[in-house]
Design a protein around this ligand. Structure first.
Ligand code: CAA
Length: 284
């Protein structure tokens, strides 16, 4: 998703982009995907060869997040893990210009909790430093594949300032997206509705109500969904689906969000869907 966000930033918003990932292999495969997407857009006449080259030249890789120092905005897109995100936001907040907006692409985790992790050591949330660092944190939730999906969910933490929210909205629009706003509740709007649906589909398979093909066919042909729920869960990543479902379950305390045992077992087995080559379907 990080690469997709970099792509729409460089191609549509036409802003310089700095990419960072702890894995060099991930950066390499991301940049090669970007080259493929640009070449495809040129071959389809969506952009000129020159515009594609300009977009590619706007993207640079940095080996240290401190090099984001003077960026207008940072968009974090690591996995759905609160502690990981809090650690990253703590460092970003300490190292970057106070004007830099700190956005998270989280699918479900509390933006308010992430924002609170930026309070400088020895300060409180009500100190001017605590208010300044937390008010620049915002949720900017893109959808996969980012170059194709037209929506961004915009989520204000309880601490987010109006200025941060409006700058984040303007950025999403510049990236060619429509914006929908959600309060900071577990899963926001998108995943509070989508994940229980996917989880129910998995429970349906678990109970033997229908085959995986028939579950997916029901939604593709019966409801005109582009993908059936099991295919979509594989596409999103079963670890991501489980993490979001767990956030819904623990965040609301409502048993209706209990993750399916089959989903848990598949993640235990590292059958994570398309990215691992095996999920509800095989991806040779
Ligand atoms: N990156 C960039 N572009 C991609 C892509 C990718 N990974 N995969 C497909 N595309 C592009 C193709 O290049 C093609 O573009 P053109 O029209 O310019 O040729 C277009 O998408 C259609 O692709 P295909 O014809 O190959 O395949 P398709 O018609 O089956 O569409 C799909 C593929 C767009 C993924 C479609 O199946 C779809 O919309 N699926 C549902 C996706 C969805 O629901 N996403 C949201 C998931 S939830 C989420 O992301 C948030 C979360 O918090 C969990």
């Amino acid at each position: 998703m990080g690469l997709g966000i970099a792509f729409v930033s460089a191609v549509h918003a036409k802003v310089p982009v700095l990419l960072h990932d702890k894995s060099a292999a991930q950066i390499k495969s991301g940049l090669s995907l970007m080259d493929k997407l640009l070449a495809k857009d040129v071959s389809k006449g969506k952009i000129t060869q020159e515009a594609a080259k300009e977009a590619r030249d706007r993207v640079a890789v940095v080996d240290d997040m401190k090099k984001f120092r003077d960026a207008d905005m940072v968009v974090e897109a690591v996995s759905e893990n609160l502690a990981l995100k809090q650690g990253i936001f703590r460092s970003l907040s300490a190292d970057l210009s106070p004007k830099t907006i700190l956005a998270t692409n989280t699918s479900s985790i509390s933006i308010t909790k992430i924002a609170a992790s930026t309070i400088p050591e020895g300060k409180t949330a009500s100190d001017p430093e605590g208010q300044a660092s937390t008010s620049r944190v915002v949720g900017l939730h893109f959808f996969n594949p980012v170059p194709v999906m037209k929506l961004v969910e915009l989520i204000a933490a309880v601490q987010t300032s109006k200025e941060t929210l409006e700058r984040a909205r303007a950025f999403a629009i510049a990236c060619g997206k429509e914006v929908s706003s959600s309060q900071d509740v577990p899963g926001f709007v998108a995943n509070a509705l989508l994940m229980p649906f996917l989880n129910e589909a998995i429970m349906c398979l678990e109970k033997g109500v229908a085959t995986r093909e028939d579950i997916d066919k029901t939604f593709k042909l019966g409801m005109n969904h582009p993908m059936g729920p099991l295919q979509l869960a594989d596409f999103i990543g079963l670890d991501t689906c489980l993490a979001i479902q767990q956030t819904l379950y623990t965040g609301t305390g409502d048993s209706k969000y209990r993750p399916s045992v089959l989903l848990e077992r598949m993640v235990d087995a590292q059958w994570l869907g398309k990215k691992s080559g095996k999920g509800f379907y095989d991806y040779p």
